[in-house]
Design a protein around this ligand. Structure first.
Ligand code: TPP
Ligand code: MG
Length: 331
């Protein structure tokens, strides 16, 4: 089903911002992988490298008070929604400076202050939570919308189908964004579902379903802005399937033996960050020198954040049950 709502065009300033977000996500990913490889960082990491164009869409189309729910493979999404690098890296490295004071780890980064309500390691589990957040927005007569980001594998879970059914039935202000990176852990998507297009699953719930090139930020922006507009104006949920690819397997360190070499090489060849930089330069949005400045600024931001993170201690024992339960007699 195609979208009857006209998307907003991304201005030059918005395109630049989208590129900054993609570049920062790439710089942060590279630094994390370097730190893990050398033994400098002791953490686990599920890289979103290769999927940055989808995050660029979130950065451009969501308001600060809109909500976003993501997964363990959410570094790019967190950056797009405005979670600070200190909170992200602090949490990944188990420091008190982290978004959850270092008690949640890579899989569990949340920052409600900027609308990033949940990252979850339970596949599909973010969807019903996002439905609840969308119901809350409606109950509070707020114009905010909720976007939920999940993988291709998540669309095989009951949580996806139950959540989507409820959101469709109640016409909630929800945008379902599937980051189809072609694999769920080590299994190719095509081996686990009888539909060719995940977007077609929307038909089962009588909501619009669109498939886009998830490596093209402008295409993502177009689909997402239309879906956000629909949700905000009472038109109910949309499912957007973004076709993308993960460059580093399921987790960083995954030997990736199950991935055909040529497939991976072709994906890296079409790197969405490089592709977008070339396009912005060709379209005269920014110059080549500015691309390099943005890249350098991204790397610097990551190093600055790391200084603060590495100076921050690990959580102490008395933190063990703090923030886990509400205090008796009040919140
Ligand atoms: C309910 C549940 N089942 C199984 C797992 C184990 N598991 C972790 S990641 C993953 C694959 C998910 O694939 P996808 O939804 O495509 O997301 P991606 O990792 O590709 O971003 C699985 C099966 C889990 N964490 N939660
Ligand atoms: Mg996947």
């Amino acid at each position: 089903m195609s979208s009857p709502i006209e998307p907003e065009a991304a201005s030059a300033a918005v395109q630049r911002h989208m590129f900054e977000v993609m570049t920062l996500a790439k710089a942060c990913d590279e630094r994390l992988r370097k730190g893990i490889s050398t033994g400098e960082f002791l953490t686990v990491y599920w890289p979103s490298r290769g999927q940055e164009a989808i995050a660029a869409g979130f950065a451009a189309c969501l308001r600060r008070d809109d909500r976003l729910v993501t997964t363990y493979r959410g570094l790019h999404d967190l950056i797009a929604k405005g979670v600070s690098l200190v909170e992200i890296l602090g949490e990944m490295l188990g420091r008190q400076a982290g978004a959850c004071r270092g008690k949640g780890g890579t899989m569990h980064i949340a920052d409600p202050g900027v609308g990033l309500m949940l990252s979850t390691g339970i596949v599909g589990a973010g969807i019903p939570v996002a439905v609840g957040l969308a119901l809350a927005a409606r109950a509070q007569k707020s114009s905010r919308v909720v976007a939920v980001s999940f993988g291709d594998g998540a669309t095989n879970t009951g949580s996806f189908h139950e959540g989507t059914n409820l959101a469709a039935t109640w016409q909630l202000p929800l945008v379902l964004v599937c980051q189809n990176n072609r694999y769920a852990e080590m299994t190719p998507t095509a081996d686990t579902m009888h539909v060719e297009r995940i977007a077609d699953r929307a038909a089962g719930y009588n909501i619009p379903g669109v498939q886009v090139d998830g490596n093209d930020p402008m295409e993502v922006h177009r689909a997402l802005s239309a879906a956000v507009h629909r949700a905000r104006s009472g038109g109910g949920p949309t499912l957007i399937e973004c076709l993308t690819y993960r460059f580093f397997g399921h987790f960083f360190g995954d030997p990736m033996k199950y991935i055909p070499k040529e497939e991976l090489e072709a994906a890296k060849e079409a790197d969405p960050v490089t592709r977008f930089a070339d396009r912005l330069v060709n379209d005269g949005v920014i110059g080549r020198a500015e691309v390099e400045q943005i890249e350098e600024a991204g790397r610097r931001q990551v190093e600055d954040a790391l200084v603060a993170v590495l100076a921050s201690p690990s959580p102490t024992l008395d933190e063990l049950d703090r923030d886990v339960y509400a205090a008796a007699g009040g919140v």
